[in-house]
Write a protein that binds this ligand. Sequence first.
Ligand code: ATP
Ligand code: MG
Length: 524
Amino acid sequence: MPAALARATASWPTAEAVVDGEERLTFAGLDARSAAVARALVASGVRAGDRVSVWAPNSAAWVLVALGVYRAGAVLVPVNSRFKGQEAARVLRASGARLAFVVDGFLGADHLAMLAEHREGLDALGEIVLLAAPARPGATGWDAFLARGERDPDGALAAVVAARTAALGGDDVSDIVFTSGTTGAPKGAMLTHGASTRVYTAWSDVVGLRHGDRYLLVYPFFHTAGLKSGMLACVLAGATLLPHPAFDVPSVMRKVTEERVTMLPGPPAIYQTILGSDLTGYDLSSWRLAVTGAAVVPVELVRRLRSELGLRTVVTGYGLTETTGTATMCRHDDDPEVVARTSGRAIPGVEVRVVDDAGTPLPPGTPGEIVVRGYNIMKGYLDDPEATAEAVDADGWLHSGDIGIQDAAGNVTITDRKKDMFIVGGFNAYPAEIEAALLERGDLVQAAVVGIPDDRLGEVGVAFVVPRAGAAVDPAEVIAWSRARMANYKVPRRVEVVDALPLNATGKVVKYELRAQAAPSSPP
Ligand code: ATP
Ligand code: MG
């Protein structure tokens, strides 16, 4: 990854690399300032291979630290910015981070104070540095940290950084990225420099990201969607990165208007929110490219992004943290119908198959588990060889836990997660399919279906629906509507009208929370 930055700096030294409010960095500036972070890390005692953590929302300083960590030969461990102290401490403990960069408050939470309550077992953590903020008791200030790297009269620190960068190989671990925790506790995946650059060179190429693009990033840096398809793809393509700390329609639409944004990727949920909002007063004409995935994408959504927002290119993709974030992608010149119906095919050099429980490949159109093999597969889960062996089989296939089908051209459609599918009286019900049907009503912004236990049928579905602004939605009518359009076993037994669905920081609906809410034992 440091080589990718050096290439961008040589090719486009004066082009804007990162824009964050008042802060505007060219590639030359990004190069100089991330080198300063790397020198300061060396001066702070960080050795090659040491883990360095960042617990903060998206910002320009986050980018400087990430690139500085790579250049110092250390391993980046991003922490979910929405985590509470206990959750963050778990990641810091598990990774043995020596140094952590922490934001001085985000969304009303005091990260430093939260961490102070959970210091037990954090013996490896020698220092906390406040990101782009002055010192507080228990934490070094940003300027004081950087000053360590500036006192380098004989160039000794710079020489160490240069040697560490030169020693990096493609197979060296660059980051430990934790999964989203959609199905359980997040797992730390060890990703490498080589896989990251190779995957996102291919990714930029297939989605059509190029120099001159202005890329608004709402995906968080602590997830591969932000860290790899956001930060790294921009460095590889020479695009301008606009890191955004938290999604809300007015702030994002204002930035698109003022900064002439061309690319805004996101999970389906944020596009649904944008489409359900009043957009008068914004100029979205610069926006040409949308990339979505991360959860099942309703066909209707792709159509509306084109017809209502006028986007020229909408691309869908599929991946897991364990596949360095990407396994399949649509190509930017794919037929809109392919984009709407599928998440594309394997990126170049990667194999994707649909198999049965015995691992035998299934014919096109037959649902089974998606498995992936190639250079994009993680090195393993952090300190968990058993879990790694369970996920990646002896032949190198990663078992995704997702159910899907493949068409004759290899395009994959994710039907659902193995864990979310439920069985009603012997029939497999796929929540994503039912949700997509419900969204066709037109009066709903979002829908989520979960299976709950039922004495007679084994399981039945419960739908949680968010009405469009101003729409009055009657649960009994939704059930009657569903009866007329879907097989009986798919019809939700109950419909709950809610203001919002529980989303994790990656924008995915947290279904286990909904299942708990929907369980018959809990009050209505
Ligand atoms: P955890 O593994 O901790 O439960 P997670 O699986 O949500 O969380 P990630 O690695 O962030 O963590 O997400 C990968 C998952 O996201 C995939 O396994 C798949 O279920 C879902 N996903 C990604 N892209 C798509 C897509 N295009 N369509 C449907 N689902 C997708
Ligand atoms: Mg997962």
